[in-house]
Design a protein around this ligand. Sequence first.
Ligand code: NZQ
Length: 391
Amino acid sequence: MKMQAFTHYTPTEIVFGKASEDRVAELAKKYHGSRVFVVYGGGSVVKSGLLGRVTGTLEAAGLKVETIGGVKPNPRLDFAREAVQKAVEFQADLILAVGGGSVIDTAKAVSHGAANPDTDIWEFWSRKKKVEKTLPVGVILTLAAAGSETSDSAVLTNTEIQVKRGLSTDLNRPEFAIMNPELTYTLPKYQVGCGIVDIMMHTLDRYFTKTKGNQLTDEIAEGLLRTVIANGRIAIQDSHNYESMSEIMWCGSISHNGLTGLGAEKDFAPHQLGHELSAKFDIAHGASLSAVWGAWAEYSYMEDVDRFVRFADKVWGISGDNKEEVARKAINATVNYFKLLDMPTCFSEAKEIGLKTEDELWTMADGCSYKDTRTIGAFRVLNKEDIFNVY
Ligand code: NZQ
């Protein structure tokens, strides 16, 4: 399979660098915001003073502001519904996310809900309805990880039915993203690690593809992986290193805006395997990915061992005569890197994951395969039994 036809659409205006959040009012106005509904998380932006500065800047520029805080990691549908109602009452015309991926995804949900007040937002996530219109979303990013600041997707968890599901549509692309690496200095080490894993996985889940002959896309992916790996080693020790946090932040956006997989079929099986873990155990997204990737890779590499050999060479500088050995060394190098970040690399290393019996594993496989009605992945297509085997 050669390079496939593609459309590349990344309309988000990116304003990157120190003090870039000072431009929030200018950008809100540019995207027709006069009543700005600000969404934030569990309080890190209150503590750091960022929220107060942002609302102050908006109000000083004559904009009306309403806020809602309390988005949890693995953001909940219930909370998003509540926020939609508040945004509608406020007659919001721009939704501003101040936070990480969970806050941004909730803001995206609010934008769809407020533009379609007669529709329950889960109808969009459960594919019953298509999003046809939405409100503009702006972002002030505080965590480099999910790439939601430029991505076309948003992930919500419906706790009633223990389902975590993504929705992809170009209407999920934010209008603008303000990215000041200094805003990530307050991150706990664990979140820095989760972020690095997620950034790597957005590229790896595209890189492991059966599509061949995609030179530029492959080189971009490999360059990104080398960059995030090298800077991750520094950032995990020192989250105040501006250069490394900048590189990682930029990698986060590029990794998930489509560029690292253009023209190729995407895999994304590890993401699907991880979502099931987060839905059941509320484990952080990055940790769910590091916990499954090694097992997925071991299970899948013989589908195209040459792809893993290229990965070994270009990303890890590993070569040799025995292809299988080289591929396995690259898998080990990746897993060891996750360990260096203090991320779990199997279920028993993740304290949140309380799986005890084989039956529970089958239940997970059942959930991930939507009760055996779908397969996941494209590099190696996984059915329910495969999913069980990887778990
Ligand atoms: O809630 P607060 O108090 O802000 O604390 C957060 C949260 O506890 C904290 N944090 C964020 N910025 C901080 C900070 N703490 C101190 N200083 C800062 N500067 O970090 C914790 C995790 O935040 P969260 O937003 O959940 O993390 P992340 O950005 O990793 O987002 C994860 C969510 O994004 C989804 C994941 O599934 C998960 O639900 N994803 C979204 C994608 C997309 N929309 O394109 C793609 C991704 O693959 C991913 O699936």
